[in-house]
Design a protein around this ligand. Sequence first.
Ligand code: GLN
Length: 208
Amino acid sequence: MSELRLGVLALQGAFREHVAMLTRLNVETAEVRLAQELDDLDGLIIPGGESTSMGLVAERWGLVEPLRQWVHGGRPTWGTCAGMILLAERATGQKLGGQALIGGLDVTVNRNYFGRQVDSFEADLDVPVLGDTPFHAVFIRAPAITAVAEDVETLATVASLPDGTDSVIAAVRRGPILATAFHPELTGDLRWHRLFVQIVSDFKSRSG
Ligand code: GLN
């Protein structure tokens, strides 16, 4: 297998932290700001930050259409937090005029699901695809997934009420698309990055 090269969309938000995690995994990584920088990538991470701002910068820099082509063309993509919002086909709680700019992942997200309860919080999540040890997840003005299409796999849920009596979806996968409502790049735990690298690597060996 040839070397993998991953990109991190670097318009706004927590892109440096993703680059640092991938570097720890010895994966060649590039910051992406121009459409042509997508050309020689095997996978792309869209980081957390602020989805409206990221969308506006993407529009201004002519990246929206190339990103749509990338995701809708079935290329491996991982959206964290704001990145997850941008990948969703449908979003609620949008700012006026806001919209899912990239789409490709058949889910509905609520942009600021936890907003009224607490701005940010941490929670230990059971994530069977990562093994038996729970993942300590950091949620920052986090979205949640409130509906998924049949072929979207739920990887983790999180309590949606303080007393833990209800839960909402916090991580999903559909084929080569991964989405997490929290920020794995802000922890020391490399398991989500390792999972995405594996997805990219499998995709690359399958497509020759
Ligand atoms: N809720 C934020 C948004 O709408 C995302 C927050 C985050 O990425 N930490 O973009």
